[in-house]
Ligand binder design. Sequence first.
Ligand code: GDP
Ligand code: MG
Length: 349
Amino acid sequence: MAPDEMFVIPTIMTAEELLRKAFRRASKVQIRDPDYRFRMQKLNKAKVDSFASVIDTALERYVRAFPSFDNLPPFYIALIDLLEPIDDIKRMLGRLEGARKQVLSIQAKTVRQINRTAKPAYMDLKRNEAFGRISSMIKELDEDLKHLNVVREKLKQLPSIPTSHPTIVVAGYPSVGKSQLVKMMSTADPKVASYPFTTQELTVGYFEENRTRYQIVDTPGLLDRPFEKRNNVEKQAILALTLLSNTCIFMVDPTGHCGYTIEPQLELMESIADSVPEMDLILVINKSDMELPEGVDKDSIRRAAEKLGDRIVRTVEVSAASGEGLEELREVVMKTLIMHEEKPWENFG
Ligand SMILES: Nc1nc2c(ncn2[C@@H]2O[C@H](COP(=O)(O)OP(=O)(O)O)[C@@H](O)[C@H]2O)c(=O)[nH]1
Ligand SMILES: [Mg+2]
């Protein structure tokens, strides 16, 4: 399934492509008028108009296609800023808009000059002057246009995740059962979305209760290793998740079938609790249908959780494979999200 695209922006032409299109359009203009002088007047005006209009339309379309950054949910602001500083994008778009307005004023002025003269040679001259001035302005925009096209490609990779539903994030070592859990908790097939900060795809599941839609987001490749070992962009990408949710299911597999013993898993839980203070944790002990290895018992896992105090709101045992415990987990998730003081999803519709 192709990931949903959050930001759909048309391909942005280079200065050369844009000018070629404008010249081509202007060259096709034809005017019928038996009077030579009127014909030349109308022809030159129409050429200037069509030349300017190609550029005006394109630039306006580009500027409008970018999101209006002041109204975006903080989650997306944080992500976009990681890909490309928003101030830079705004400056580039500002220059496009400035150029567009200048094109319109050159057009208006040239049309007036052509209207006022009776000399076809002077009309030609004014038309060519306008083409020349507009062309050099557009050539100066070339770097911005090319750069915005790169930004466009980056924005395309952003996931489309609704920000107005109560949302919970799932963390834990690889193979502990996170995907299985999202699939089992979700009433429809989870949606897949790309997240440019990890090599893997996000999965977003959801369930509905009392006409509220709860989202459950799995983030493979982000919250499955100690936070301290992350590079800066990854850290920011993790922190951005706190703008989507304030609660995280931290899943452990005490059976060791995931390939990790319980100790590093509990260390990861502590590391997330320490480094992401905005996020409360629900500890989920998975694979309750399986035997525990010698020396591992669930009480000691619960005690490790108690050490983290109120950062662990609850501990729930489940089997994501059989579904055992999932009804209780669902209740816990809903209560935790609703009772939390901070509700990121209420800030933005
Ligand atoms: N027996 C058992 N196997 C499970 C359970 N949950 C997940 N698994 C299996 O564990 C493996 C890893 O699960 P997956 O959801 O892909 O883990 P993730 O990497 O954390 O997303 C898969 O083979 C699952 O079928 C469970 O509760 N019991
Ligand atoms: Mg997975």
